[in-house]
Design a binder for this molecule. Structure first.
Ligand code: ADP
Length: 151
C-alpha cells in the first residue's frame, strides 16, 4: 500500500523550513500532499493562496510525488479524501510541541487511522518563522534568503 502523507499548514508564506520537512519526508513516504489551508484563526492571509500554490508547485516541479492542494475543511477529513494515512508536521521548539501535541490528539480523535509524524527542524532553518517573514516583508525587508523561490 502506497504511503501517502499530508503536510497541512497555512504556509503564509511557505519557507525553506517547510521545504526541508517535505524533502526529508520523501525518505519516509511515497507521496506527499502539501495542503495550503485557509486558517480560521488567522482569518486574513498575507500572501494570496493562489500565489502561494503556484510558488510551492514551482519549488517542487521536479518531484512528481509531491502534490499541492488548497483546503478549507478538517485536516482529518482531507486526509480521508486523499487516502493519506500520515500527517507530516515540523517541530522547531517546545512551543511547536505544545501546539502540535493538541492538534495531533484532536486529529487522532477525528480519524483513528491517521498517524501524525513529526520531523525536528534542521538547525539552519530552526529560526525561520512565517509570521516574522510577513513582518519583515511588510516593512520592505529582504526575505528571499528564507524562501525556496523568488517572490
Ligand atoms: P500552521 O498555521 O498550521 O501552524 P504553518 O504554515 O505555520 O502552519 O506550519 C506548518 C508546519 O510546518 C507546522 O508543523 C510547523 O510547526 C512547521 N514549521 C513551520 N516552520 C518550520 C521550520 N522553520 N522548520 C520546520 N518546521 C516548520
Amino acid at each position: 500500500m502506497k504511503r501517502v502523507a499530508l503536510f497541512p499548514g497555512s504556509f503564509d508564506p511557505f519557507t525553506k523550513g517547510h521545504e526541508d520537512i517535505v524533502l526529508r519526508g520523501l525518505k519516509l513516504f511515497d507521496e506527499i500532499i502539501i495542503a495550503v489551508g485557509y486558517n480560521s484563526s488567522k482569518n486574513q492571509r498575507y500572501f494570496k493562496i493562489d500565489f502561494m500554490l503556484e510558488k510551492i508547485r514551482e519549488t517542487f516541479v521536479k518531484y512528481p510525488q509531491i502534490n499541492v492542494v488548497t483546503y478549507s475543511e478538517l485536516t482529518a477529513e482531507l486526509a480521508r479524501k486523499h487516502q493519506a494515512r500520515f500527517l507530516l508536521r515540523g517541530l522547531r521548539n517546545t512551543t511547536d510541541f505544545e501546539y502540535e501535541n493538541s492538534i495531533a490528539q484532536v486529529n487522532r480523535f477525528l480519524n483513528e487511522e491517521l498517524e501524525s509524524v513529526f520531523l525536528i527542524t534542521s538547525p539552519p532553518f530552526a529560526a525561520i518563522n512565517s509570521s516574522i517573514i510577513r513582518e519583515v516583508h511588510r516593512y520592505g525587508g529582504d526575505v528571499s534568503p528564507m524562501l525556496p523561490y523568488q517572490l
